[in-house]
Design a protein. Structure first.
Length: 222
């Protein structure tokens, strides 16, 4: 990275996380009895608030060329550049703490590999953990970090497209602040070296099954 360090290596992140938590908890009630129990509705509402205010939280000196308008299937919910030329795309993930199991998708392994061909690109996760009382949301914890600070013991790969990186359980995160991107990406490649042969084996079994299904229907009367 030519000696440059992005903001997640600075001592400002604790303050940024605290300010995001304060921002969200300072909002007037923005949910109804009908929407408070909908994870998507809560996530969309929190993302809209962050979209409107995150640049102010980060400060315009650091947060430049800010954007909060992306298609739902885009890699980013929010994005900005900093004063050193790093480009951050941010995936906002919300999690209700009272749910026992939560397994959110993060990004495609292929999309991330292409994005990380540039050292100046940073794929960041903004994790918002909350509880709900009535129609009011109380944000209990905020974690803002690049994906490579998430340990592989709390991640998994789902069989979608090239493979989808997922958080195995949002209630059990391993965060390694300052972890090497190079080492993390090498570990990703090692995971995929085991993942793809298993998927090939599954596909072969499915192919055999539907060969039998086809034989059944060839011999089936109309």
């Amino acid at each position: 990275m030519n000696g440059k360090k992005h903001i997640f290596y600075s001592n400002k992140i604790d303050q940024v996380e605290g300010n995001i938590k304060k921002l969200l908890n300072s909002q007037e009630d923005f949910l109804s009895a009908a929407t408070v129990n909908s994870p998507r509705a809560v996530g969309d509402a929190i993302q809209e608030i962050l979209g409107n205010h995150l640049q102010a939280v980060l400060g315009e000196e650091i947060c430049k060329n800010y954007s909060a308008h992306f298609a739902r299937r885009a890699m980013a919910d929010l994005a900005f550049e900093d004063d050193q030329g790093f480009y951050y795309v941010i995936d906002v993930k919300t999690h209700r703490l009272s749910t026992k199991f939560n397994m959110p998708n993060l990004t495609s392994v292929e999309r991330l590999a292409r994005f990380y061909e540039s050292d100046e690109n940073v794929f960041a996760i903004l994790l918002i953990a909350y509880e709900a009382q009535g129609t009011r949301i109380s944000v209990e914890n905020v974690q803002f970090l690049p994906i490579e600070f998430l340990g592989w013991d709390c991640l998994t790969i789902g069989a979608l497209g090239w493979g989808q990186i997922q958080i195995a359980n949002s209630n059990a995160l391993t965060i390694n602040r300052g972890y090497s991107r190079k080492q993390w990406m090498l570990e990703l490649c090692d995971k995929l070296a085991k993942f793809y042969p298993r998927e090939i084996s599954k596909i072969k079994e499915r192919s055999k099954y539907f060969t039998k299904v086809r034989e059944f229907w060839l011999n089936h009367s109309d």
